[in-house]
Design a protein around this ligand. Sequence first.
Ligand code: PEP
Ligand code: MG
Length: 540
Amino acid sequence: MADIAGYGVGDQPVIGRIFLVQRNNSDAQIILASLTKEESLAKLTEAIQIVASDFSHSINSSKDSTLQEILSAQLAILTDPELSSVIIDSINSGAALSSAIDSAINDFTSLLVGGSAEFEARIADLKEIGSRLIDAAAGKSRKLQFPTEGEWIVVSDDLSPLETSQFTSAIKGVVTRDGGPTSHTAIVCRQLRISAVVGCGDISKLLSNELITLDPADNAVYLGERTIENSGPWWKQLPIQKKSIFRPLGNVGSVKDADLVRSSQAQGVGLLRTELLFLDHKNEPSVEEQVKIYSEVVSHCPDGEIIFRTLDAGTDKPIPFLGLGKEENPALGLRGQRISWIRPEFYENQLVAIRETGSKFSNRKISVMAPMIANKEEAISFANSASRLGFDSIGIMVEVPSIIEEISTLPENIHFLSIGTNDLSQYLFAADRQNSSVAHLLNPWQPILLKTISRICSLSKTRGIKVGICGEAASDPLLSAVLIGLGVESLSAGAGAVSDLVAISQVLSPSQAEAAANIALNSISAIDAQRSVRNLLTSK
Ligand code: PEP
Ligand code: MG
């Protein structure tokens, strides 16, 4: 029985001493409250310079491209003249520097609520920038000095990308109180191949300098030293199969992702998140501009099928040209394909631009799919628009549970389904994907999610339509065996996880996949499912 349980990232057990990150409640607010207007303005300029130089330094010294990308995005927000002008305006109207920074950050974040994991990450970025600016203006250093010798496990409420970028080679593991399967820390640790257990809730038992053992494969943290058996990745010892039983694909949201997916030998792109290409666009891109942007990304993608997803924005600022309003519950509001109800011309133009892009790449199969489809009427409307524009590979995402029972009677011009497990879990379990207090319900090993995927697969069989998965669930190498056993034909993982998926596609046998699916479906909890499947696949 684990002393502390969370969500494990990676499969290597590690032992180390605790490096406890203690965040002292800064008295920065009190210091900044006594400044005059002129002093506040001068301190703001100084603070922006200090924090920008911290970011630049970390970007230059980081060797990991994902981390560099995250830090560069933060630096761009920090130096955005719009942010400083909002802060300056409120100082000029009498606010203290810390309140001016806080309220500017709140304004920006309230516009970002309700999107995908990337938007969630941007909110964390903004908050991090705000608190760093306040500390820098008050002359407080936020630098963490990680040890450079020995073997250490960092324990913290959560970690920012700037902090993870300062990890030394002595950092072997991470434990966090907050965060879930798709949090920044989880993504970065996966990328850096550092074992982690995130979203543990109460971590008060973990004391500075004590020895602990992490077993991420079992989502567990143990006090003290433990021997954990680990024979390495489960698929490493298996013989190569004559024929692969699924297509390993990758998710792409940038040219960098496309490069990584291509170099990992994926057979195509299962999800091209087009909204990520427009986060910084203030004006609506013309069809020609879109063709240019898409063509650049496609030219870096692997050969094979590329599934473009139409714009999946929320009511959020990162797509400013859509001019959407604010909503109380944006995850339940106008997001994804629903925006075409009020901006049909943008969606029509986007399909035209995707078609034009496809015509320039004869070696690629260009498919399109729509997110957030809730009923047959919406599915038909999208498929008819895409068919009219000449697409012959058209799909819809299955991420709103209401569409599931319509699958067996979907029309002929819908050729494939792609399950978005991130949103499917959110809507199935009524668990906000941005709220780490309910992150355990979003664990993709939840047997009910797996039963739902199984139901989707059997209804699709009745209709004779292929199903893939493009949510985060596809990035878990152990779970991939289960998902294939449930009947999906392709898995599309986050760019950093594609190489494992490719290796698994070469060795996974139908009988292993079927056995893994059966065990997981009959488990009583997510943890039980994961443990049983691990035992099955690692037993000789
Ligand atoms: C999903 O919901 O699983 C999905 C792939 O879409 P996104 O994460 O972009 O909402
Ligand atoms: Mg989604």
